[in-house]
Design a protein around this ligand. Structure first.
Ligand SMILES: NC(=O)c1ccc[n+]([C@@H]2O[C@H](COP(=O)([O-])OP(=O)(O)OC[C@H]3O[C@@H](n4cnc5c(N)ncnc54)[C@H](OP(=O)(O)O)[C@@H]3O)[C@@H](O)[C@H]2O)c1
Length: 231
């Protein structure tokens, strides 16, 4: 499968490595330009490209950049990209540590709904609730006792099915977590957030999730601080 990846940090580089190892054709981009991604390209056999090229290179395009950087993307990034190309958002809102206050999210939009509105494209939310290191190392065969389940949310059933298939290829049980507007159930602070749950635990965690954003996941007038000193 042809896969574009926009963002080559913890998650983007991990997905590049794992998806290349599975034999997918990966085109990966960051903000500084392809020449800064040569080492990752040499290591994995991925193509280092611009963000525009990554957006146009895939049957699936993964957007994996900090939430606060989403408005920096070109407004026409996906212009001309066919509607059946699936865009995956791995993002999480860390207002106090990294992103600063984002009013649309503070007012109640699901984080990936806000991203979708920003980029003018439907998205599927996936891979947001697992640490990059676990995404790298903890894929398992179906039926393994320690197999982790990952929620996948979005509105288009075909797009969601394509991402659930990719999740399974990577060694995780995919769980249909509902629509994009319900994707708050897998956001930071939810029971399924970075807890490496089994299929049953993730299904139950999605049922137990509470909509209200907890104070520690809200921005303040002083946000952002840092991961060491959130504000
Ligand atoms: N870290 C985790 O374990 C983890 C787990 C699940 C989900 N997430 C979420 O996934 C997202 C990415 O996290 P991360 O930890 O991988 O981030 P990261 O390590 O900070 O990497 C961010 C990447 O995004 C690129 N980027 C930023 N602005 C861009 C732009 N305008 N155009 C193209 N590329 C751009 C950066 O490129 P440059 O370096 O060139 O600026 C960098 O390659 C975040 O929302 C995060 O909360 C993270």
């Amino acid at each position: 499968m042809k896969i574009g990846i926009i963002g080559a940090g913890n998650i983007g580089a991990t997905l590049t490595r794992r998806l290349r190892a599975l034999g997918h054709e990966v085109s990966v981009a960051n903000s500084r330009g392809p020449e800064t991604l040569q080492a990752l390209a040499d290591e994995t056999g991925a193509r280092a490209v611009t963000a525009r090229e990554a957006a146009a290179a895939g049957e699936i395009v993964v957007l994996t950049i900090p939430q606060a950087r989403v408005p920096d993307l070109p407004g026409d990034l996906f212009a001309g990209v066919p509607a059946d190309v699936v865009v995956v958002d791995t993002g999480n809102y860390y207002p106090r540590q990294r992103d600063g206050r984002i009013e649309g999210i503070e007012q109640g939009a699901a984080e990936s709904r806000w991203v979708s509105n920003q980029i003018g494209r439907p998205v599927i939310k996936a891979f947001n609730n697992i640490y990059a290191d676990h995404l790298m190392k903890m894929g398992r065969e179906p039926g393994a006792l320690d197999r982790i389940a990952l929620p996948v949310a979005g509105d288009d059933p075909n797009a969601k099915a394509a991402v659930l298939k990719l999740v399974a290829e990577l060694g995780f049980d995919g769980v249909d977590a509902g629509t994009l507007d319900e994707s708050w159930k897998q956001q930071p602070g939810s029971p399924v957030y970075c807890t490496d749950g089994s299929l049953e635990r993730v299904q139950q965690g999605l049922l137990d999730a509470q909509r209200e954003r907890k104070p520690e996941w809200r921005g303040t007038e002083h946000s952002p601080g840092t991961f060491d000193q959130p504000r």
